[in-house]
Design a protein around this ligand. Structure first.
Ligand code: CP
Ligand code: NVA
Length: 302
């Protein structure tokens, strides 16, 4: 049987995404204990608060046992090869999940693994975050078809997974990035093909936010990009989501951020701590979305 991996949102169809969302919202007791007596390996090459905690608790809620391991202890391609690590862990665990610097590590893991591999963030994508983001937007906005999502800032790992998921949901997508930090034309075309109502990119935060139902942002300097900090902070200076940017969005728009956040840099304190912000629900939804995804990978149907 083919093993179902989750390296990117595009590993799910729109119908799979809908199932994961339904499983995420189902009463825990109705999911059974599909991980009873089973292990889930969680390997982190980078720091984490939400991803580690939400995954560990989701595994526990499904009856399983999470084992957290730091990247240095595993030593991908230093202590032993990625392939050796994966084949061994796949004998102990029913799922192996990893947060890595290089997405290619996850692809190499998936190529040899007899159990599902889950991406807990790579430089390319953060699909577990996007599941929680869609769950939060569904709860807040209802049916997402033809609703409008705005991404303001860096077209990074979080952005890529979010717009993939929003496209599967049939949304209007408006991306606002400084020149040089946006999606390429071929990337925009790839996103549009997944089912979006519309996909547009702008070099102005205010234009991108116009009429949006949900406005998202993330840090301007991601983990691994620390040497670019000074240049990025200059290049992104006009992309802080502040009240002025939010005033262009729809009257009832919500503000979202995957966290950790820097107040006064990518978002003003007034916005992230204000009435429109849904950051706490969004972070809590990481656990519910993770439970839904794990149940889906274990073959539970809603
Ligand atoms: N949003 C997110 O992935 O947070 P952590 O880096 O704390 O896991
Ligand atoms: N884009 C950020 C997300 C952190 C959750 C990073 O990769 O550091």
């Amino acid at each position: 049987m083919t093993v179902r991996h989750f390296l990117d949102i595009t590993d799910l169809t729109a119908s799979d995404l809908n199932s994961v969302m339904n499983l995420a919202q189902a009463e825990i007791a109705t999911l059974g204990q599909p991980l009873a007596g089973k292990g889930v390996a969680l390997i982190f090459e980078k720091p984490s608060n939400r991803t580690r905690q939400s995954m560990e608790m989701a595994v526990v809620q499904l009856g399983g046992h999470p084992i957290f391991t730091r990247g240095e202890e595993v030593g991908f391609d230093q202590r032993e090869t990625v392939e050796d690590v994966t084949r061994i862990m796949a004998g102990y665990h029913h799922v192996v999940a990893a947060r890595v610097f290089a997405h290619s590590v996850l692809q190499r893991m998936a190529a040899v693994s007899s159990v599902p591999i889950i991406n807990l963030l790579s430089e390319q994508s953060h699909p577990m975050q996007a599941l929680a983001d869609v769950l939060t937007m569904r709860q807040e906005l209802g049916d997402l078809r033809k609703k409008t999502v705005a991404w303001i800032g860096d077209y990074n790992n979080v952005a890529r997974s979010l717009v993939e998921a929003c496209s599967l949901e049939g949304m209007n997508i408006r991306i606002g990035c400084p020149n040089g930090y946006g999606a390429s034309d071929s990337e925009l075309a790839r996103i549009a093909k997944l089912g979006a109502a519309t996909v547009n990119q702008f070099d102005s935060a205010q234009t991108a936010a116009t009429d949006a139902d949900a406005v998202h942002t993330d840090v301007f300097v991601s983990m691994g990009q620390e040497l670019e900090t000074a240049k990025r902070l200059i290049d992104f200076k006009d992309f802080c989501v502040d009240s002025k940017v939010m005033s262009h969005a729809s009257k009832n728009a919500i503000f979202m951020h995957c966290l950790p956040a820097h107040r006064g840099v990518e978002v003003s304190a007034e916005v992230i701590d204000g009435q429109q912000s849904r950051i706490v629900t969004q972070a809590h939804n990481r656990m519910h979305a993770a439970r839904g995804l794990l149940a889906h990978l274990m073959g539970v149907t809603p």
